[in-house]
Design a protein around this ligand. Structure first.
Ligand code: ATP
Ligand code: MG
Length: 356
């Protein structure tokens, strides 16, 4: 098969880490008989420099014509002083909404060879850690009506959370389907003891759970979920939650694994066109020095194979290669302190994974 991938290298370390990921895809293509063709498009700071806007129309057009989108990272100090609508991050929000990406999948995986980086006690994570957070991405309080003109002297502000049944249904469907492919265990996180939007959320989840009798589904209040994630994270497999709760919990979950350069993400919508990117940013402090860890981007490319193209064996091959490299003690500087024997540059790490 031939797969068309739109590639947004972006700014900072973006180009370095994306190049390693596409080279890994090429090796997978050779081994399994697929062709991946890449079209480079601009977004973020580099797009501002070249075209004056963070998300050129051409970029959206090419992404829509592709089978999937691979992104490095955007932004950096060079563009921090521009007015709001011209910031690199506007490119990211813009592409998510242009592609209708309403589900953000963020795995938090503790790789056994890196377990010393984990912030929790060894006995808490002795069985490993492999959680997937499914976060609603285009609704809820981040997109609700807001204002600052209330009260005496305008000294009050408000934000509103609104969720509709179809919005909850579609994110729930992604979560149930994903849970079905994993351990068939889903935790729906809300604040239904206080919030009306959460009560609707819970109602819809319960209704949909009947369509997935093979998935064990339970409700967890968000404050309890935050606590349980550090007390006993292994009780979770897939977590589904709203935009704001997902924002907070996915940062919490990723930090307990202790390795920012290791964590991938996928943003999905209707159909198969999704956006795959590392969770971390453009790391301008280490850009161009060969110090960036390409693993988060390489695993993101693996998620693309799994979710966009349904290439399970190929995706497994990437995960296995990453684990093998870590088991050999090969490390980029960000994870060098964790049982590593040899520190590699960005390209050397990419090469090592390709060799596996
Ligand atoms: P954003 O606002 O885009 O999230 P940020 O400035 O908050 O960006 P990052 O760009 O993720 O955060 O960088 C945070 C720290 O982590 C920096 O010190 C950076 O060098 C480091 N870092 C981020 N990604 C990597 C990576 N792939 N490899 C090594 N170090 C990284
Ligand atoms: Mg930041």
């Amino acid at each position: 098969m031939n797969y068309k991938i739109a590639v947004i290298k972006g700014d900072g370390i973006g180009p370095e880490i994306v190049d390693e990921a596409t080279k890994v895809l090429d090796v997978i293509g050779e081994k399994y008989g697929h062709t991946f063709t890449y079209t480079n498009v601009l977004m973020g700071g580099c797009a501002i420099d070249a075209t004056g806007v963070p998300l050129p129309d051409e970029t959206v057009k090419i992404c829509k014509e592709s089978d999937s989108v691979l992104l490095g990272a955007v932004g950096g100090p060079k563009w921090d002083t521009l007015p709001g609508h011209l910031r690199p991050e506007k490119g990211l929000l813009g592409i998510r909404s242009a592609l209708g990406l309403y589900a953000n999948l963020r795995p938090a995986v503790l790789y056994a060879p890196l377990k010393d980086a984990c912030m929790l006690k060894p006995e808490t994570v002795k069985g490993g850690l492999d959680i997937l957070i499914v976060r609603e991405l285009t609704g809820g309080i981040y997109f609700g009506e807001r204002g600052r003109r209330q009260g005496k002297n305008g000294e009050e502000a408000y934000d509103t959370e609104c969720y509709s049944v179809p919005e909850i249904e579609r994110i729930a469907r992604v979560a149930f389907e994903t849970a079905r492919k994993r351990k068939k265990k889903l935790a729906s996180v809300d604040k239904a003891n206080v919030l009306e939007s959460s009560r609707l959320w819970r109602e819809v989840i319960h209704r949909m759970a009947k369509e997935y009798p093979d998935v064990e589904c339970r409700d967890v209040l968000v404050d309890n979920a935050a606590m349980q994630l550090v007390r006993d994270p292994a009780q979770f497999d897939v977590i589904v939650t709203s935009n704001m709760f997902g924002d907070i919990l996915s940062d919490e979950a990723s930090m307990i694994t202790g390795s920012i350069g290791m964590l991938p993400s996928a943003s999905l919508g209707e159909g198969k066109l999704g956006l795959y990117e590392p969770t971390h940013g453009s790391a301008p402090d280490i850009a161009g020095q060969g110090k960036a860890n390409p693993i988060a981007t390489i695993i993101s490319a693996g998620m693309m194979l799994r979710y966009a193209f349904d290439l399970q064996a190929e995706a497994d091959a990437i995960d296995t290669a990453v684990l093998a490299v870590l088991e050999k003690g090969l490390r980029t500087p960000d994870i060098a302190g964790v049982g590593g024997q040899k520190t590699l540059t960005t390209t050397e790490m990419g090469d090592a994974i390709r060799a596996e």
